[in-house]
Design a binder for this molecule. Structure first.
Ligand code: HEM
Length: 458
């Protein structure tokens, strides 16, 4: 039975709840993000549904979205089969340790700059090789290996071999293409994994996670064997040291180490690559924006040295380009799902303990009512005030509160350095006769269909 004062929503049918209606809406609309828009238009900014036995609330309106992200009662992640079958059936989160180590390893140290600069040189080298040929490049293929390299270095302190990278890249691609952040059929109807494990996505889900975890496991084993002062320090090394100190007397364990590395890889790869894909798609479609960004780079940095993340305050227009692209992509995404840890309220409605809350950023980043004029239009200037970057309070692409993204500093630095360096060196134009289309593809986070550009040296 529907709890009293549960948010309004579609009718619940026996056993399946609202699953059929949601499936049909999804088919008609194309993306779950648009489904939430449709539901919000009908029922309001907080919509209650039941899928299988699970209560889920879609949060759409900007006031409710903010309340969702900031309220302690909703600070947990789901603990269902979808969450636990990736982490050995159990989970204790160690976010504090992760944040501390990420800061130690690279976020506030020159090492991050070094990693980014080296990756940048590699990307520029790859593009130069194509220019010697016909200058036509698949833009979306440019970034994944380099983003994985930065995440790999963060975890292990070093790069991996080309062969290992191929293995990791393939596994991560399968992850991005096949696993939506909002869940799969088997986590709404867990019994299906015994009846039709292929059809309900369970086998795909488990096998992809096994591949990524096998890769991380191999790395942990290697790093244990070569432990010593000569070892360059990454997150795994710091964690192993901690394990040695606590010696089984705490929640630190090798399983937790694998699960945390899995989180970093899965949360950091797809999001950063897809954001870069969108930045360059919009730059191709708006040559005037590209030119303005290049003029800013030329006047502030010139061509004599590559941009670094320290240049961000002096390149506000480039930052605006990045933020405007982030708005248009994350506006079609969901924040990582939350779970109510106790009975609570949201927007005045009753939210029972255990309810899953899916925050759709569409109502906050892509809606006129949230203060965005012509929200579908790409307009970097909306983030500019008196020549300075100005980010509205309700623009929170990395979430907020205690569950805020731990990779924000790295992601922002990475995207900025790649965009500024490539615009400093190259011109990106549409391939004559085939301009790219803004076509969003659903995945772990929204992505753009692969597209090509004609690149020339400036
Ligand atoms: C453009 C790139 C990125 C975007 C847009 C993004 C966005 C987000 C968002 C919206 C959340 C959920 C926050 C919430 O629930 O309030 C999140 C969580 C998270 N992100 Fe990111 N992220 C990005 C890059 C990264 C990178 C590079 C890393 C790793 C170095 C990372 C690691 C994480 C982790 C581990 C969490 C889970 C935090 C928790 O559960 O408390 N992210 N991210």
């Amino acid at each position: 039975r529907k709890p009293n004062n549960f948010p309004p929503g579609p009718k619940w049918l026996p056993i399946i709840g609202c699953a059929w209606e949601l499936r049909n809406l999804h088919k008609a609309k194309g993306t779950l993000s648009e489904v939430t828009q449709e539901l919000a238009a009908k029922y309001g900014s907080v919509v209650g549904v039941k899928v299988g036995r699970k209560l889920t609330v879609f949060v759409y309106g900007s006031t409710a979205f903010k309340e969702l992200l900031s309220k302690d009662d909703f600070n947990a992640r789901p603990d269902d089969i979808f969450a636990t079958s990736r982490t050995f059936g159990k989970r204790r989160e160690q976010k504090k340790f992760l944040i501390h180590q990420l800061k130690e390893i690279g976020f506030h140290k020159p090492i991050l700059e070094e990693i980014l600069a080296e990756e940048m040189r590699a990307i520029i080298h790859d593009i130069n090789k194509t220019i010697e040929d016909d200058g036509v490049i698949c833009v979306t293929n440019l970034f994944p290996v380099h983003i994985l390299n930065t995440l790999h270095i963060l975890m292990t302190g070093d790069k991996c071999s080309d062969q290992e990278m191929e293995e990791l890249h393939k596994a991560m691609n399968s992850f991005s293409e096949n696993i939506p952040l909002t869940g799969m059929l088997f986590n709404h109807f867990p019994f299906l994994r015994y009846i039709c494990p292929d059809y309900c996505g369970y086998n795909t889900y488990v096998n992809i996670h096994k591949r990524v975890l096998a890769f991380i496991s191999k790395k942990v084993k290697m790093l244990k064997e070569i432990c010593g002062p000569q070892l360059s320090r990454g997150f795994i090394h710091a964690y192993l040291e901690k394990l040695n100190v606590v010696k089984g007397k705490s929640s630190f364990s090798e399983e937790q180490l694998l699960a945390t590395c899995l989180d970093v890889l899965t949360a950091g790869f797809d999001t950063t690559c897809n954001s870069l894909g969108f930045v360059f798609l919009y730059l191709l479609l708006h040559p005037e924006v590209q030119q303005k960004a290049q003029e800013e780079i030329d006047s502030v940095i010139g061509r004599g040295r590559p941009p670094t993340s320290e240049d961000r305050p002096r390149l506000p227009y480039v930052e605006c380009v990045v933020f405007e692209s982030l708005r248009l992509i994350t506006g079609r995404a969901f924040v990582v799902p939350r779970r109510a840890i106790r009975d609570s309220t949201l927007n005045g409605y009753f939210i029972p303990k255990g309810t899953i809350l899916q925050g759709s950023a569409r109502g906050t980043f892509l809606d006129e009512s949230a203060g965005w004029k012509n929200p579908e239009v790409f307009n970097p200037e909306r983030f500019m005030k008196d020549g300075m970057l100005c980010i509205p309070d309700n623009f929170i692409p990395f979430g907020s509160g205690r569950r805020r993204c731990v990779g924000e500093i790295m992601a922002r630095a990475n995207i900025f350095v790649i965009v500024a360096s490539l615009l400093q060196t190259f011109n990106f134009r549409s391939v004559p006769g085939s301009p790219p289309k803004v076509d969003f593809v659903e995945g772990f986070t929204p992505s753009v269909k692969p597209f090509k550009a004609f690149v020339t040296l400036r």
